[in-house]
Design a protein around this ligand. Sequence first.
Ligand SMILES: NC(=O)c1ccc[n+]([C@@H]2O[C@H](COP(=O)([O-])OP(=O)(O)OC[C@H]3O[C@@H](n4cnc5c(N)ncnc54)[C@H](O)[C@@H]3O)[C@@H](O)[C@H]2O)c1
Ligand SMILES: CC(C)[C@H](C(=O)O)[C@@H](O)C(=O)O
Ligand SMILES: [Mg+2]
Length: 358
Amino acid sequence: MKKHILVVPGDGIGAEVTTVGKQVLEAIAQKFGHEFTYDEALIGHVAIEATGSALPDETLTKMQAADAVLFGAVGHPKYDNDPSAKVRPEQGLLKMRKELGLYANLRPIKLFDELLDASSIKPEILRGADILFFRELTGDVYFGKRERIDEGNTAYDTMIYSKYEVERIVRKAFEAARTRSKKLCSVDKANVLESSRLWREVVQAIAPDYPDVTVEHQFIDAAAMLLIKDPKRFDVVVTGNLFGDILTDEASQIAGSMGMLASASVGDSTGVYEPIHGSAHDITGKGVANPLASILSVALLLEISFGLKEEAQMVIDAVDAALKAGFRTRDIANTNTPSDKILGTDAMGSQILQYLNS
Ligand SMILES: NC(=O)c1ccc[n+]([C@@H]2O[C@H](COP(=O)([O-])OP(=O)(O)OC[C@H]3O[C@@H](n4cnc5c(N)ncnc54)[C@H](O)[C@@H]3O)[C@@H](O)[C@H]2O)c1
Ligand SMILES: CC(C)[C@H](C(=O)O)[C@@H](O)C(=O)O
Ligand SMILES: [Mg+2]
């Protein structure tokens, strides 16, 4: 199979982990006789420094032309601590999502058995947890009108959803629920927010089209609590942009670390595959970032954009094998397990490549 992949490392550890992700893609291409070609483009802080824009036109054009995008992360402390900055790295990410029509963000929360002890949650609560989040990605308070008024002393952001935006993500979630345990949980704040009441109304209206799927509704505050109390009660979860952002960072603790969670952003055009984590300034340049989220994003890319199921499974098996052999990056190491072999980013990548090349 011939495919063209755009690698967009972005900022901080984004560059460190996508380097490994790209090596994994190439190892798969070699093993299975595919021909993958690659190009790179700028986004985020590095793009602002080079061009003044967080998403240069050239990057967007390359994204639109690619068969898939492997993305790193954006962000820089300079902007995090300067709320007045007008041009910000995160604008590049949001514009990319909007321009490419990436309205569905799939965030699988898969706990590898070997990491049962890496989480701060008790193993008996965690064992068997397997959740697939559908986070809506191009609407909500992220894209609603916002403004400073009252001479800058008051600010507002608008939480806004249209029926069609809710319907298309909810249908995707129902379809996925059909292929899993036929349970769908929709998360909103319909006891307070009008946009959530619309959300719930749409879910209720669509549900009869999927009579084989059991639907439950949870308020976001209760969902956040239940996720930690009893993660196994969830299977497919569908929610809005902001609630999905927060819940999935929380859910990363079910999988052991932010460094384990991959995601796929799909919709109207080229799919973008990226870890859910950010540029992690605190560990940038130290060579300790966990590359497994990027590697697992490669598995999603192979399966979803290219339909290469066997190849995707091999990447997951490689991660499993490395974990079974006791290899850990710092974030998933357990201080009570002296047999853990702690590796840096590249060395963990090498373990995965070794498995794929064997
Ligand atoms: N998709 C994205 O590009 C994205 C996502 C989240 C945050 N951000 C941006 O990243 C910057 C930092 O944000 P933050 O600190 O809130 O979130 P973060 O996800 O970058 O980091 C949160 C914590 O998780 C750890 N962590 C994250 N990824 C890791 C990995 N692969 N291996 C080991 N540890 C890992 C970090 O060291 C940090 O302690 C901000 O500028 C933010 O806007 C970008
Ligand atoms: C960096 C930020 C804009 C982004 C989001 O909030 O969507 C990030 O947290 C994510 O989860 O991809
Ligand atoms: Mg986030």
